[in-house]
Design a protein around this ligand. Structure first.
Ligand code: PLP
Length: 510
């Protein structure tokens, strides 16, 4: 493809993309294809000669689009959203054009420097405490990771290294000796990462990657699935009895199942009860709900992060208008990261890195090469402005309230199971035969579970809207979240009508 062919192809692709966004609300949100649908449509071998763009683009239309789940559709109300916006797409285009795996500052100074500046913008936009800014005295700062899972695993490795080093040095051993290495390897398997049973599975995976143990703190419907001080204390005390060393704790702001918020203040108070617990690395996973912090009315939450929190992550690519991947991670002390991850062979050395005055982001993450993702975040923040971002968050939170009110309004059919919030409503279908129609306390009810499951499966099989289900504290529930950039009230109302209609159908045994 030469420059003129590229120009024509790119215009055509952009027209097609704009048309895709214009028509996506009319498309069936879930594709009507069976597993393996694509293989018979694509030749077994790549073409020997190059093909014309028109032919390739035609295949996107006829072969790829029919197999897409349309995450951008306003009828997509499953999981959490994965946003994309026009300025973000432009950022991707430029990033690809400049392709520069900027692992060291020298590899492309603009990539590194824009990332540092934009991460400070994001920290300020979210009202994170000063300690997470790159300009802070405590040497904090932000870095863009591939995903929240990467961010969490990276933090666990940094936390492990910090804790083990403290323990071994406290025994009087010298670093870089055989004794030090032996002791470090003895202690590592006794370390425990802790998180609630509602924490995203990436915490358990992170512990696995870090080569440590993992223990979960029980939550329950009586506490709205939030991690509480007393349940955390039980796990910490059990670790003490088992002679295990807790080294990392994940507190979640917006859990995956129900968007519950762990009780930050009381959890931090528990960690003050024993010197060893004070040494635990505290991480806040705000992958989804963290986006709400751009709106002033939620920023009071970050006061809890001023003291006693070592790191914080959120995915702009969920609810904050930047497309995947844009997972931002902030640390209080960048040396904790670089001490753990800086391995510098001769071929990576250069005078700027040696001077120690520049940031080399390869030492802040697991991968060496990195994409120029700051560009799309910069484009989105400038195109929307802070007010545009706040407006998106407020509008979609309001849509969530509309949906929750609709569900409340049909208490003959539905029961809200956890506190609705941040656009998410978690509910189940009531068992019409039950003698009590519970007010407040949610009771385990096998019939309600199976009706809810039937309704959920029927709705998704029809593909008009896409919703997800889960099980919390033994109760089968449906989750509805409408928060992508195309979300609108008419779609939320339509989804509710579909749910009511399908529930009636199931209850009448049709
Ligand atoms: N943390 C929370 C609270 C999540 O909801 C999710 C995904 O939905 C993750 C972490 C993992 O995100 P990622 O796909 O970026 O690894």
């Amino acid at each position: 493809m030469d420059r003129e062919q590229f120009r024509t192809a790119a215009h055509s692709a952009i027209d097609d993309i704009v048309n895709y966004f214009d028509t996506v609300p009319e498309r069936r949100v879930l594709p009507a294809v069976d597993p393996g649908y694509l293989r018979p449509l694509i030749p077994e071998n790549p073409p020997a000669e190059g093909e014309a763009w028109a032919q390739i683009q035609e295949d996107v239309d006829s072969k790829i689009k029919p197999g897409l789940t349309h995450w951008q559709s306003p009828n997509f109300m499953a999981y959490y959203p994965a946003s994309v916006t026009y300025p973000s797409l432009l950022g991707e285009m430029y990033s690809a054009a400049f392709t520069a795996p900027a692992f060291n500052w020298l590899c492309s100074p603009a990539c590194t420097e824009l990332e540092t500046i934009v991460m400070d913008w994001v920290a300020r936009a979210l009202a994170l405490p000063e300690c997470f800014l790159s300009t802070s005295e405590n040497r904090g700062g932000g870095v863009i990771q591939n995903s929240a899972s990467d961010a969490i695993a990276t933090m666990m490795v940094a936390a492990r290294e910090r804790r083990v080093r403290e323990l071994v040095l406290a025994e009087g051993l010298q670093e870089d000796t055989m004794e030090y290495e032996e002791r470090k390897m003895d202690l590592q398997p006794r370390l425990v990462a802790i998180a609630s049973d509602q924490t995203h599975s990436s915490a358990a995976k992170g512990a696995l990657i870090a080569g440590t143990r993992f223990r979960s703190v029980t939550t329950g419907l009586e506490n709205n699935m939030e991690m509480t001080a007393s349940h955390l204390r039980e796990v910490l005390e059990q670790c003490d009895r088992d002679r295990l060393t807790p080294y990392h704790l994940t507190m979640t702001f917006g859990t995956t199942n129900t968007c519950s918020v762990d009780r930050f203040a009381e959890i931090k108070a528990v960690l003050q009860e024993k010197p060893a617990w004070q040494r635990i690395w505290v991480h806040v996973d705000a992958a989804y709900a963290g986006a709400s912090l751009v709106a002033d009315e939620w920023q009071y939450i970050t006061k809890d992060f001023t003291e006693g929190v070592d790191s914080f992550n959120m995915n702009m690519h969920k609810w904050l208008l930047v497309n995947f991947d844009a997972s931002v991670l902030f640390v209080r002390n960048r040396l904790d990261l670089t001490n753990a991850l800086d391995i510098t062979p001769t071929y990576l050395r250069n005078p700027y890195s040696d001077m120690g005055t520049v940031i080399d982001y390869r030492n802040w993450s697991i991968s060496l090469g990195r994409r120029f993702r700051a560009l799309k975040i910069w484009f989105v923040m400038r195109s929307y402005g802070l007010n545009g971002m706040k407006a998106h968050i407020r509008k979609t939170i309001e849509l969530g309230n509309v949906f929750a009110d609709l569900v409340r309004g049909r208490s003959d059919l539905f029961e809200i199971v956890t506190k609705p919030g941040f656009c998410l409503t978690v509910f189940r279908i009531k068992d019409p035969q039950a003698s009590r129609l519970s007010e407040g306390a949610i009771e385990k009810d096998g019939v309600a579970d199976s009706i809810t499951k039937k309704v959920y499966e029927l709705i998704n099989s029809r593909g008009e809207i896409f919703i997800t289900s889960t099980v919390i504290d033994g109760v089968y529930v449906i989750r509805v979240v409408s928060a992508n950039p195309m979300a609108e009230e008419k779609y939320v109302r339509n989804a509710f009508e579909i749910i009511v209609r399908t529930t009636d159908e199931v209850l009448q045994g049709k």
